[in-house]
Design a protein around this ligand. Structure first.
Ligand SMILES: C[S@@+](CC[C@H](N)C(=O)[O-])C[C@H]1O[C@@H](n2cnc3c(N)ncnc32)[C@H](O)[C@@H]1O
Length: 238
């Protein structure tokens, strides 16, 4: 699919997700109830949040009792961050560029009694996080469809679906490895609906190496879509 048709289709999906029938105020996912605020990425409509939970193994045997720190970049409703806290991560940060998403994640942290362990931060990627702060796990379930470089967002929700010129992906690839502890993991959830070749080009340009840790194929409206959990590593010369 060409870049144009693919990003227009993603924007169509973002508009579709705003329809009231796709926005229950509370939704159930993996046996838990979650709040959904206006203008925030709707996990049930998109289906990707659940894939991320699985790719991260947050429901695997042995997930409980896991410790350490966890950053969910682009947290949306905060399902992943809150599930990480419930699975045993002791220090969780949930950030988003969309202020409504930050409020939504805080609401869900309170709903599940982990607001003492989940800090919510309104931030463009790492910008508002203290310079030296590092995490054992960082993950961004990104808006992996590339929009043309000059595209201007209409509403914040579109930021959950497309990234103009992959400018945010470029910044994430450059910075995430600097934000992990020794032995920590900088991760990106991406899919075959994104431009994998373009992502690899950006990795080369930013001195990064990409390593697919896990894959998961789903049938999405009649199309097989591969989802990837990708590790971002310093390249050979970095
Ligand atoms: C695909 S959604 C994933 C939401 C949530 N993690 C989930 O799995 O349900 C991508 C999220 O990234 C956020 N985002 C996009 N650009 C961002 C940026 N520059 N800084 C922080 N968050 C950003 C969007 O607002 C959106 O909430």
């Amino acid at each position: 699919m060409s870049e144009i048709s693919s990003y227009l289709r993603s924007l169509e999906r973002s508009r579709d997700s705003m329809r009231p029938e796709h926005r229950p105020r509370v939704f159930a996912l993996r046996g838990r109830d979650w709040d959904l605020l206006e203008g925030v990425f709707a996990p049930l409509h998109a289906g990707t949040t659940e894939i991320v939970l699985d790719l991260l193994g947050l429901f695997d045997a042995g997930a409980a009792g896991r410790g350490g720190s966890f950053l969910e970049m682009g947290c949306g409703t905060g399902v992943v961050a809150v599930t990480a806290a419930l699975a045993g991560y002791e220090e969780v940060v949930a950030t988003d560029i969309n202020a409504q998403a930050v409020a939504n994640a805080a609401l869900n942290a309170r709903r599940h009694g982990v607001d003492d362990r989940v800090l919510t931060v309104h931030s463009d990627l790492f910008r508002e996080l203290p310079a030296g702060q590092r995490f054992d796990t960082i993950v961004w379930s990104s808006p992996y469809v590339r929009a043309p470089e000059g595209y201007r967002f209409g509403v914040d929700l579109e930021r959950a679906y497309v990234d103009p010129g992959y400018a945010a992906h470029r910044r994430y690839l450059a910075e995430a490895p600097h934000r992990v502890t020794d032995g920590g993991r900088a991760l990106l959830h991406f899919s075959s609906r994104g431009d994998m070749e373009g992502l690899h080009r950006i990795a080369d340009e930013t001195g990064r190496r990409l390593e697919v840790h896990r894959k998961h194929a789903v049938l999405d409206r009649g199309e097989v879509i591969e989802h990837y959990l990708i590790g971002i590593l310093p390249g050979e010369s970095a």
